[in-house]
Design a protein around this ligand. Structure first.
Ligand code: 5GP
Ligand code: MN
Length: 324
């Protein structure tokens, strides 16, 4: 019980036959890449594996090229055998949605593999490396331990995780370990140009329409140190966009010269989803945690229970206070 090393994970995995692997709601490239990469490695050892989606939402187009993605099952619809329940890239059970959290609580064996700041005990076995740029880096180490690191699909999945969580090797978490592992993955058959085309050069026109609206509402605070913008539910209806079409927009805000922290707000029914990104050493995970969210020092998120006007006012106040 408790913390397990990568070597111990490999032996734990060998003891079980039926796995489910689940990630967080609104899965990103690291979440999906980690799930599918680990699934592929386990299947190549003869294991029975199902990758779960926390919610029934459509998967972001950017990641539909990932090998195995079409076989993912919505947690609520899963009724198979669970020998071991593995969570990847999930900081707390509630980030997995109700159905998956229930399966997790009933599973005979549970394992958490993650790189988020730990928020209390979660699975019976845990391997958390806060300093890892992506969960996929840890999955890659596990795959190496299992002798599956020569598999091009495992490599492509893990590569996608690293590329997306480091923002194409641009964010502060980009380090030698990430670049060395990426090189190993390319050597094993992951095609970086193919991954980049699928992840970053495949935006929908609806996403561009959202970007126009987002830019027209951009608000700069404290001489351009902070940027806030937002999208309403009506924006999605009127442009025909889906949630994932808004994903690239926080990076547009953060790309502005002089910005220290960018904040993007998206209206939901009865609540507002917030994303925060820091370009300096501001700890946005602490800001998000104060509102019940969390994440990493330079990239965090939260759900605000209330109106968009209140969320905007709160964020403007919070960001202005950073400058005080
Ligand atoms: P994003 O802005 O892309 O939704 O999230 C940025 C980072 O913060 C991701 O690592 C994500 O897992 C984490 N994060 C986002 N929302 C929440 C939340 O509500 N709770 C926690 N604990 N982490 C979050
Ligand atoms: Mn991640």
């Amino acid at each position: 019980m408790g913390h397990v090393s990568v070597a111990e994970i490999a032996s734990l995995l060998a003891e079980h036959d039926d796995f489910v692997i689940c990630g967080h709601v609104s899965p990103d490239g690291d979440c999906l890449g980690s799930q599918l990469g680990l699934a592929r490695a386990l299947r190549s050892c003869g294991k029975n594996v199902t990758c779960l989606l926390a919610q029934a939402d459509p998967i972001d187009y950017s990641y539909r090229f990932l090998p195995g993605i079409d076989d993912m099952v919505v947690a609520e619809q899963f009724s198979g055998k669970v020998g071991m329940f593995v969570t990847v890239d999930v900081p707390t059970a509630d980030r997995m949605g109700k159905a998956a959290a229930e399966l997790h609580s009933q599973a005979p064996a549970t394992l958490t593999i993650d790189h988020h700041i730990a928020q209390g005990p979660f699975s019976a076995y845990e391997h958390i490396e806060e300093e890892a740029s992506a969960t996929a880096l840890i999955v890659w180490d596990i795959a190496k331990q299992m002798g599956c690191a020569d598999d091009a699909d495992v490599a492509l999945c893990c590569y996608t995780g690293i590329v997306s969580d480091t923002g194409r090797f641009q964010y502060q978490n980009t380090d030698a370990r990430s670049l060395v592992a990426a090189a190993e993955m390319v050597q094993a058959g992951a095609d970086p140009a193919y991954a980049a085309r699928e992840i970053y050069q495949s935006r929908s026109r609806q996403s561009l329409a959202l970007e126009g609206r987002m830019l027209s509402r951009m608000e700069l605070l404290c001489d351009g140190a902070f940027a806030i913008s937002y999208l309403l539910r009506s924006d999605f209806v009127e442009t025909g966009a889906q949630k994932s079409d808004a994903e690239p927009l926080i990076d547009v805000l953060r790309s502005v010269r002089g910005i220290r922290v960018a904040c993007m707000l998206r209206e939901q029914q009865g609540s507002v989803r917030g994303s925060l990104r820091a370009k300096d050493d501001t700890d946005v995970a602490a800001i998000a945690a104060a509102i019940g969210g969390g994440g990493h020092r330079a990239a965090a998120g939260f759900t605000f229970k209330g109106s968009m006007d209140d969320a905007r006012a709160l964020m403007a106040r919070t960001l202005r206070d950073l400058d005080a």
